[in-house]
Design a protein around this ligand. Structure first.
Ligand SMILES: [Zn+2]
Length: 251
């Protein structure tokens, strides 16, 4: 099982996007975004990359043989490249090898999942709205439907609770829906901590949770919508089951 979170460096996008932009195909140079994906693929060594049109909802897509049979080479670049819209959903689950599940974010929380012993992986886009709508709960349930039992979850880079400023009424509402989310910015205003809320939700669901979650807003090497606005690129969260098992000498 492999997992990775990309940052801003190592790609070919120009301007404000940051070189390794894996989203914004509506406004960035499509050839550049395509090359960025190919560079990631060459380093990480997977085949098809499955992406979504993320809509802050609770829907989970199962990547099965039927879906892969319809996959085409540039499909992960979306409708600008293929003329065919990406599926509208916010989470992916698969038990197929060699295929990478990819979530794109810039401040929202990406979560990767795996039960490596059974061979089931998942990826979810968990911003404030999707988290409250149950996208993580649904991802875990879908993985269990495919046979997963011991699920480990990795929280990726996102805007931290000390930076994610929201109106007071929103903090009250979401804080009630999502235990752990209630927070305050480092400058003393209402905020939400998506990582803390997701951490608690996933532990309640019986997952082991690991955090690889530097703050996107305060890390210049990560894409951040709050910091860069409309010029923000997107980082990718990837999880995959390698096509061939790797044997470790001496293990
Ligand atoms: Zn922060």
């Amino acid at each position: 099982m492999g997992l990775a979170f990309s940052d801003r460096s190592g790609g070919v996008s120009g301007g404000a996007f940051g070189p390794l932009n894996l989203g914004r195909t509506d406004v960035d140079d499509l050839a550049a975004v395509g090359e960025n994906f190919e560079r990631v693929r060459r380093v990480l060594g997977f085949g098809p990359i499955i992406t979504l049109a993320q809509v802050h909802g609770p829907e989970v897509v199962i990547v099965d043989e039927a879906l892969l049979a319809g996959w085409t080479e540039r499909q992960h670049l979306g409708s600008e490249a293929t003329g065919t819209p990406l599926q509208r959903a916010d989470a992916l689950v698969t038990d197929r090898t060699g295929v990478a599940l990819c979530i794109r974010v810039a401040d929202c929380l990406p979560v990767l999942f795996a039960d490596a012993s059974v061979g089931v992986v998942g990826a979810a886009h968990a911003g404030r709205v999707g988290l409250a709508a149950g996208v993580l709960t649904n991802t875990v349930a879908t993985m269990r439907d495919l046979g997963a039992t011991d699920i480990r979850a990795w929280l990726g880079p996102h805007i931290c609770g000390a930076c994610y400023e929201v109106p007071a009424a929103m903090r009250d509402e979401i804080g009630e829906q999502l235990p752990g989310a209630y927070a305050e910015t480092s400058w003393g205003t209402p905020a939400l901590d998506l990582g803390a809320a997701a951490d608690r939700q996933l532990r309640d669901l019986g997952c082991v949770v690991e955090r690889h979650s530097p703050c996107t807003r305060t890390s210049p090497d990560l894409h951040s919508h709050r910091r860069d606005g409309a010029g923000a690129g997107r980082l990718g969260a990837f999880v995959w089951l390698p096509a061939q098992s790797v044997s470790v000498l001496g293990a």
